[in-house]
Design a protein around this ligand. Structure first.
Ligand code: PHE
Length: 341
């Protein structure tokens, strides 16, 4: 028996195989139910007790060596297969394509722009990094206006006409007045920056869409009509608006626009804090000082302007209570808008 074991051990060392089938045959031949090694274990039962200890050890060594060799042959075969030709399982279902969706702010911005586009407004854009003249000076901001303070605006340089991050997209309207021929009818979308503490209702970065219309005989009634049309397209046919007197350096008169609450229909709920109205934008007639500062004859031309925050409109449309969700880009929040694409 010992001889047989020694012989098998030598044989195991020499084993080689090129196919999975060959390896399986070796396994059956040696370790299968009727395999040579299995049979040796059967015979081992009849071995004399004094020989058991020694023979048992070699027999075990043989079994371990055979198992190890078979594993080795499998690994070698797997590796060579991986290298030569990749093994494709053509019956496997394919991976799902994760397409993603558009960001709710992009969706809202696109909707606002498409409404104004329909009414003949062109798109005008400007840089996010601006100078004092385009953000404040040309827009009739007095030199001591608080917006010109470090507390409210991110400055990049100091001096006469400092470089800064625009605080509103009205700067793009100034650039349009400089370059475009009259009449002008434009909407300016874009990112704006204000030095504010981040909270559920405020962020230091947000998005605006501002509009400007300059022509002969543009009146406050035209402004009101434009805002009403927008509100109805955005919030539904039943939407009503109301204007409250307000103040902006670049418009006179100025107003704040409220839209009737789209949740309770004006009866009063917790979204509109019981008032039935939601504030959506600022607007007004372009101040003659602004027209003149931009080389437009204020005796011949008049105009109106309006500006709204995209986050605010999106919040009202989808009842998102915390503005920060828009910037955190938590995939669970974004997925809620997948259908909006
Ligand atoms: N520029 C103003 C703002 O950022 C919005 C506005 C635009 C108000 C045009 C009136 C007219 O708050």
């Amino acid at each position: 028996m010992r001889e047989k074991i020694e012989q098998l051990l030598a044989e195991v060392e020499q084993l080689a195989a090129k196919k999975e089938q060959e390896i399986e045959e070796i396994r059956v031949r040696l370790l299968g139910k009727k395999g040579t090694i299995t049979q040796l274990f059967d015979e081992f039962r009849d071995v004399l007790p004094e020989q058991k200890r020694e023979l048992g050890q070699v027999l075990n060594t043989l079994k371990v060596a055979a198992t190890k060799k078979i594993d080795e042959l499998r690994t070698i075969l797997d590796e060579s297969m991986d290298a030569d030709e990749p093994q494709y399982d053509l019956t496997k279902p394919g991976d799902r394509l994760d397409l993603g969706g558009r960001h709710p702010i992009s969706v809202t911005k696109a909707e606002i722009l498409s409404i104004f586009n329909k009414y003949g407004y062109d798109l005008a854009e400007g840089p996010e990094i601006e100078d004092d003249w385009h953000v404040f000076g040309a827009l009739n901001f007095p030199p001591e206006h608080p917006a010109r303070d470090m507390q409210d605006t991110f400055f990049i340089t100091e001096g006469e006409n400092p470089v800064l991050l625009r605080t509103h997209t009205s700067s793009a309207q100034v650039r349009a007045m400089e370059t475009m021929k009259l009449p002008i009818r434009i909407v300016c979308p874009g990112r704006v920056f204000r030095n504010e503490a981040i909270s559920a209702r405020a962020h230091c970065i947000f998005h605006q869409v501002e509009g400007l219309y300059i022509d002969k005989n543009v009146s406050f009634a035209d402004l009101k009509q434009a805002v009403l049309l927008f509100a109805r397209e955005m919030f539904g046919e039943q939407a009503q608006i109301r204007l409250r007197p307000s103040y902006f350096p670049f418009t006179e008169p100025s107003a704040e626009v409220d839209v009737s609450c789209n949740i309770c229909g004006g009866k009063g709920c917790n979204i509109c804090k019981g008032t039935g109205w939601l504030e959506i934008m600022g607007c007004g007639m372009v101040d003659p000082n602004v027209l003149e500062a931009n080389g437009i004859d204020s005796k011949v031309y008049t105009g109106f302007a309006f500006g709204m925050g995209v986050e605010r409109i999106a919040m009202l449309k989808w009842q998102v209570k915390d503005l920060r969700h828009y910037f955190e880009n938590d995939i669970r929040f974004l997925r809620e808008f997948d259908t909006v694409v």
